[in-house]
Write a protein that binds this ligand. Structure first.
Ligand SMILES: [Fe+2]
Length: 134
């Protein structure tokens, strides 16, 4: 899909508005995911880019509806949001379910044997560790 990264960055920033911390987190996760992709194969870069940028979108509805968020609520609230956002920009339908599955499984033991899920989890771990040190 042309300009996929630009399109999803716009989705991300429109969605999180002035929540700069979440926006920056997603961009850092994409950065590390791209580094990991250089050293691996058998992954679909479009799936990794979409999952890296949008993996935490469940945080917002979880905080609005429950007043808090955690790994479990992110996995619950994230998938329908990601599906709606990516459908809006015409993200390839054959790749959509994989992104949705990844977002719904990024904080718990992997239920899917997708290389893209492993890449996202590793990139998110790196960034979460860096952010904890700050
Ligand atoms: Fe994250």
């Amino acid at each position: 899909m042309p300009y996929l990264k630009g399109r999803i960055v716009k989705l991300l920033t429109d969605y999180f508005e002035d929540d700069y911390r979440r926006i920056q987190h997603a961009i850092s996760v994409l950065h590390h995911a791209e580094n990991i992709m250089e050293k691996s194969d058998n992954h679909d870069p479009e799936v990794v880019i979409a999952a890296a940028l949008l993996h935490d979108v469940g945080i917002k509805p979880s905080e609005i509806e429950l007043g808090y968020n955690n790994g479990k609520t992110q996995e619950e609230y994230g998938p329908p949001v990601v599906r709606a956002l990516l459908t809006d920009i015409g993200f390839p339908v054959d790749k959509l379910q994989k992104v949705v599955d990844i977002v719904g499984n990024h904080h718990s033991p992997s239920r899917y044997d997708y290389p893209e899920l492993a890449i996202l989890k590793e990139a998110d771990r790196i960034v979460n560790r860096q952010e904890e040190r700050r």
